[in-house]
Design a protein around this ligand. Structure first.
Ligand code: CAO
Length: 415
């Protein structure tokens, strides 16, 4: 069976997390991804957060599956020549260096176009145009600058960083979509183009509902589904909403049986309007169905705290899985707070290939997140991340270099 991106060759000049997530996805869809790394050094993440001495870290291996690794010193003329040959045979160059780094290497858009006018040059940067365009950026900076931190956490606490890597992996996803769109446009235009995904913009895109709320707040001075309503105060910017639902159906995280000892004995409970009578019956408050003060969703918004307090008294009598089972029988939307341990052991996620066990020659077997996007005609087989420079000779041969050339490149310390 062929793969969706079979025949597409990616020059992967990415490092750390944002760029590598993008190229890993492209590899999972069948592209040939050739990762270029500095000789002897490689992607900095190979050695970061190390858990097994001498082995590539999980940080690296979990972001670089299904790729080939080539070592190349692109600041040496011999290395640059190899890079130019790679540009001539690849479809897409993906990079996430600090602003200006590629230009300083001499790899300008004009240079790439002169060698290969069909090439797409795709970049992650921290910011787009503007006062911060020159800045280096990591995940949490993007979460702060993209509106996530100011809207995450509790009203009486500081801005909060999310565990989801929306700045890095989130931007990588955006970039991957941009690349696929540019590849499609190239089938008509015959030409490449630049694709840019700034991390601030990607985070903001994921925080779109908060810009929605900003405008609602400015127009009405209040937002009834926020925990600040009806007793608290609203300022002039969207406040942190704690665990309140981001949509039109009020929700909250509630304690379940065992919460005193288990930090994840919680369930997310949504009081969907259409499920209100069922909720009342399940928690043993049939009287609430005809209670005047709770008659409409808008009226219930005035009493969310006592409503969730009462529902929690019920959830605390059950484990999160027991509560989930009962609630789903009544079509009441809810979800257990799952720990990473529980997720790692989840049979359904294993079955679907979203959690995979991968064999590595140095570190042995490890768990990874496989391709979360399922294509029915382009299945993903996750293969281990490459060792540093594992495919250098193979790729040089593909570029037409002979054994003597390789010796010369080695002597020049260019590979
Ligand atoms: N051969 C020779 N030189 C190489 C090379 C190679 N194969 N690969 C990289 N280099 C050089 C670059 O040319 C650059 O050199 P100069 O600074 O002299 O021009 C240098 O290595 C380092 O590049 P960098 O500035 O990108 O790396 P850094 O570790 O200082 O910064 C980061 C890292 C992530 C902050 C920065 O790359 C960045 O802001 N990237 C854009 C945003 C981004 O993707 N952030 C997500 C990171 S994941 O949290």
């Amino acid at each position: 069976m062929s793969k969706a991106l079979e025949g597409v060759r990616i020059l992967d000049f990415t490092h750390v997390q944002s760029g590598p997530t993008c190229t890993q996805l492209l590899a999972w869809f069948g592209a040939d991804v050739i990762k270029v790394e500095r000789p002897g050094v490689g992607d900095a993440t190979r050695g970061q957060l190390s858990d097994i001495p001498g082995a590539d870290s999980l940080y690296f291996t979990m972001l670089n599956h299904n790729k080939r690794s080539v070592t190349l010193d692109t600041k040496k003329p011999q290395g640059r020549e190899v890079l130019d040959r790679l540009i001539s045979i690849c479809d897409v160059l993906v990079e996430n260096f600090a602003p200006g780094a590629l230009d300083r290497m001499g790899i300008t858009w004009e240079h790439v176009q002169a060698i290969n006018p069909r090439m797409i040059v795709a970049s992650v940067k921290g910011f787009g145009q503007g006062q911060y365009a020159h800045c280096k950026v990591y995940e949490n900076v993007a979460q702060c600058a993209g509106g996530s931190a100011s809207t995450t956490g509790f009203d009486d606490g500081p801005p909060m960083i999310s565990g989801a890597q929306i700045g890095d992996s989130g931007t990588g996803l955006h970039l991957a979509l941009g690349i696929v769109a540019a590849l499609y446009q190239r089938t008509h235009s015959g030409r490449g183009q630049k694709v840019l995904a700034p991390m601030q913009d990607a985070v903001l895109n994921l925080c779109r509902v908060k810009l929605r709320d900003q405008q609602r707040l400015e127009r009405t001075g209040t937002m009834h589904e926020y925990p600040q309503y009806p007793d608290g105060k609203f300022g002039d910017a969207v406040p942190r909403a704690g665990n309140a639902s981001g949509g039109g159906q009020p929700g909250s995280i509630l304690r379940c049986k065992g919460w005193e000892a288990d930090p994840n004995a919680y369930i997310y409970f949504i009081t969907q309007a259409s499920a209100w009578p069922a909720i009342c019956r399940v928690i043993g408050e049939e009287g609430w169905i005809d209670e005047e003060a709770y008659a409409t969703p808008a009226m219930r918004l005035l009493h969310l705290k006592p409503i969730f307090d009462r529902i929690e008294r019920w959830t605390m009598t059950l484990t999160k899985f027991e509560a989930m089972e009962i609630l789903n029988r009544h079509d009441i939307p809810c979800g257990p707070v799952l720990s990473m341990k529980e997720i790692a052991e989840d049979p359904a996620l294993r079955e679907s290939g979203t959690i995979v066990e991968v064999e590595h020659p140095v570190r042995g077997s490890y768990l990874s997140v496989g391709n979360p996007i399922k294509l029915s005609a382009s299945p993903t087989t996750v293969t281990r991340a490459p060792l540093l420079g594992e495919h250098t000779e193979q790729v040089l041969a593909l570029l037409g270099y002979g054994a003597d050339d390789i010796v010369a490149l080695r002597a020049a310390q260019a590979i």
